[in-house]
Design a protein around this ligand. Sequence first.
Ligand code: FAD
Length: 455
Amino acid sequence: MPSNESKLTVVGAGLVGSLLALYLARRGHTVEVLERRPDMRRETLDAGRSINLAISTRGLHALRQVGLEEEALKHAIPMRGRVIHPVKGELAFQPYGKDDSQHINSLSRGWLNKFLMTRAEETGRVSIRFRQRVTHADPAAGALTVLDEATGETRELRDAVVFGTDGSGSAVRQALQSQPDFRADSETLGHGYKELTIPPGEGGRFQMEKHALHIWPRGTYMLIALPNEDGSFTCTLFLPWEGPVSFASLQTPEALEAFFQEQFPDAKALIPGLVEEFFSRPTGHMVTVKCAPWHAGGRTLLLGDAAHAIVPFYGQGMNCGFEDCVALDALLAKQPDLGQAFREFERLRKTNADAIADMAVENFIEMRDSTADPRFLLEKGVEKVLLNAFPGEFVSRYTLVSFSRVPYRLAYGVGAIAGGIVSELAKDLKRPEDVDLDRAAKLIRGRLTPFMEEH
Ligand code: FAD
């Protein structure tokens, strides 16, 4: 481990890089952060990746460790469940947890990023340098080539300890590819996304249920909406790139309006800027990246999306990246050798990152398709009955991922068993409240409890 006077370099002042810088500063290090974009606190940047995002237990825990949770929550809107919007008919509410205390939180990405940068700088040990693009790296040597995008000049950094938090298209990860044992799988989703706005109603009123994540599930595609502090909602339309209903098929305002009128009539009535926003805003890509090793020479380590980009359907990408910061901090507290700490970090985090990556892809199918299925709704109802009837004994995958800090890998395993129990119990039921609790107890204690005890 370098001494407390050592200068550490973080590449990327996004959500994870900014929080990591703060964690490192609190350990007594001086940290330089290189960020390719201008300072978003001074300049308005083009629409970023998503306007708001959901923060849950893992992310909040990471903020709590550095005293930032309370302030962040002041800007967050609790979302207690999903509101499902069918094409016709009644809206349906599906709670996320056993009661309202289990909720996820909608938070502005821009606000959070600025807040983290400012808090990191306020330690007096972090300097963030903007318009600094890392173009090349020698990971094992801790060397970086940095282009100053304001002046066009290039400089070389040597003997640094480099933390690559430069996101899913990471330049640091790219440089790691020159290591002989490095491997990376990158899978681009066949869907893209577009952000649209439901503005606030009169007097800043929310035009739909405020404390929910709204979903319009339509089989191979979907629309979702999350609330913002100002009374607006940010909608995200997820559509295939190609095919009969796709970004390729929606080329004219007429086609777009007809599509929304047919599939999302209630949302269309609330999005006055539909045509303008759809045709002027960028269409986002989504990618899963699994790579290894995440480190080289005790000099370079990847964290956040740079190490494990995942698709957004579990609302966990940032949460997982924040959990990386907590894990690394704990290792640095007890492990003086950086090479060892980086190896141990990967050993602890890699299987968990892979598990949430897989769960995120699976959750896309659940959100866009199953949430509209009456059997799925019945099973969700049974799940809620079991969560309340067997507290501490029955757990669901969603609650473990979103409302606990149990390793993702374990949540994956438990989720499969718990899901099987729910399906079995719901098989011949008409109403969730009629579930046979004696049978449930036997199944839970026979299958789930031993698995949890074993792990
Ligand atoms: P980023 O946020 O991508 O930050 C990387 C930073 O590095 C950027 O500032 C970038 O400018 C900088 N950079 C890049 N290259 C260089 C370079 N060469 N030199 C210098 N700087 C560089 N996660 C959740 O937890 N909850 C959600 O609800 C959620 N919703 C999402 C919705 C969508 C549509 C998408 C796409 C993602 C969502 N995510 C969500 C995932 C979340 O956005 C990411 O996991 C998170 O942003 C990762 O943070 P990061 O700091 O690792 O990377």
